[in-house]
Design a protein around this ligand. Sequence first.
Ligand code: BES
Ligand code: ZN
Length: 661
Amino acid sequence: LLNDVVLPSNCCMLFCEGPPASSSSGHNTRTMPERRPFVRLPTDVYPVNYGLCLKPDLIDFTFEGKLEALIEVTQSTNQIVMNCADIDIITASFVPQGSEEINATGFNYQNEDEKVTLSFPSALQKGSGTLKIDFVGELNDKMKGFYRSKYTTPAGEVRYAAVTQFEATDARRAFPCWDEPAIKATFDITLIVPKDRVALSNMNVIDQKPYPEDENLVEVKFATTPIMSTYLVAFVIGEYDYVESQSSDGVTVRVYTPVGKAEQGKFALEVATKTLPFYKDYFSVPYPLPKIDLIAIADFAAGAMENWGLVTYRETALLIDPKNSCSSSRQWVALVVGHELAHQWFGNLVTMEWWTHLWLNEGFASWIEYLCVDHCFPEYDIWTQFVSADYTRALDLDALDSSHPIEVNVGHPSEVDEIFDAISYSKGASVIRMLHNYIGDEDFRKGMNAYLLKFQHKNASTEDLWDCLEQASGKPIAAVMGSWTKQMGFPIIVVDQEQQGDDRILTISQKKFCASGPHNGEDCPTWMVPISICTSEDPKCSKLKVLLDRPETTITLSGVGPDQWVKINPGTVGFYRIQYSSSMLESLLPGIRDLSLQPVDRLGLQNDLFSLLHKQADMQEEKNRIERVLGAISAPDLIQKVLNFALSVHMTTLPHVASVV
Ligand code: BES
Ligand code: ZN
């Protein structure tokens, strides 16, 4: 998912509504096929509860399904429009509450729109009733919808599991449904499976009995889910071992692994049991389900998927071989588990109203996974990795003309997958990190708690979160964040200084940072930039915080003597680059050499200077200065010491190579 491809900035316009392209002369000279604008499902019928029974055939790769959905008709109609893709409906009928069953007389599939219209001979009256649909489908090999996953048993036999991946819009491939995140309902799921297989779904098993028509099968019934979106529904049927534990807040946690590899699930189990109480405490909202399963799936398209109560993972994102896995594998597993468990609250309990807000879902989880891992495993020093992985990557990509705003309007399903990119994830996480730092942890948590309580079991938009954070902090969150999410790119902050007695006067200005050269034109965008400043007196702590809400400003730092250095952006949390004046840059050298400047600060400075270096090609003196600072950060003397040590070891243990060296 997290590939390096950045979409062209107009990618979100593929489906924009408007007249089809035609020449002004009126001749039809279209070069692109006309595409109908995307329309959401009608609201005259909505689901309250899905009673869903599925019977997969793991040999023929097909499945039979029975849906009995309790629905509400809000406006009299003789048709029902639902999402449906690659499914054949056998029969459909509607039973109005307390009245006679009405058989559907037609199923009109709109394949391109992934919809089906069920027609009834008479109008369905306002009120509730049960929609019954029998259908069949294929256990496909596309790793989406209800699909088959190949594995080899310890004895070497090839077998298949049946698994699901529904986000963003593939629940409709497993059963006809209202497949939009804001159309929430409860689910009662039953699976009919071979009796020697494990059957899992979002909830715990409440009943298991032999299937009357086939003695080799059992009918497994799961508890009713809370009200939830279709993209979070999941089921898995296969052969797995598991390890189990109880988190301190009473949730049963299991990690399912391939048969014979239960040992490799122990680390993820430890992470999950530590993580659940962390989130419960951070959000002040308990995890609402009685259990959570984490399962490694042999064939898996994404890295992991946060299905409520049944989180699915690629094997490399969940399993740790205690003897052979390296630290970076453990850190990756901890981050992925932290990410998906965060979604159990942020995404599952409160769900985005539409896919336009997906960046917030993913950006938030991609930030808080680090907060969580830092809490549970402080020895990882994981924030330094955030800066070296997500933050600098986002800056590099977002400086390109081909970047796009974090928030893009999406409609058609084909557009949704396009926005799962590094801008949504890494820039999204970086601006949430900047926001958290701007607000402060206490008010941020207050706002988060208000948001989760207000919208739990419902849907929310990005603006709803900003409102709650604004209320909690008294700061202009919507205005600040809008400048980062609605326009692409970021600023470079240009800083100069002047000493006046015991005061340091800083001149700070912003302009758009472009990898392709300075931004030309009058309409140079500006950002509302939270800026913090530290000095050599306390390099870890901000001496002053300001909000730069205009192109340029002047700041007075009082009590900063001429011998002190001043650094912008301590902790490298602001999503911008900094261009220091020559004197400011040079003055940072002692802080770099004595290491009082923190690793993330040196990392941020190094990254900014690298990106500026090629722009200074015509200014030799400045280039030299930058190279000097970069050299100090990379500490060649330190590298030399390491090299010398390595050589001395070589020469004592392998004297014959000494002459070659
Ligand atoms: N919700 C996503 C998984 C997803 C993304 C499914 C796109 C379908 C389409 C999940 O929470 C996620 O973000 N997974 C990441 C791993 C994470 C640790 C960054 C992934 O799959 O790369
Ligand atoms: Zn995610």
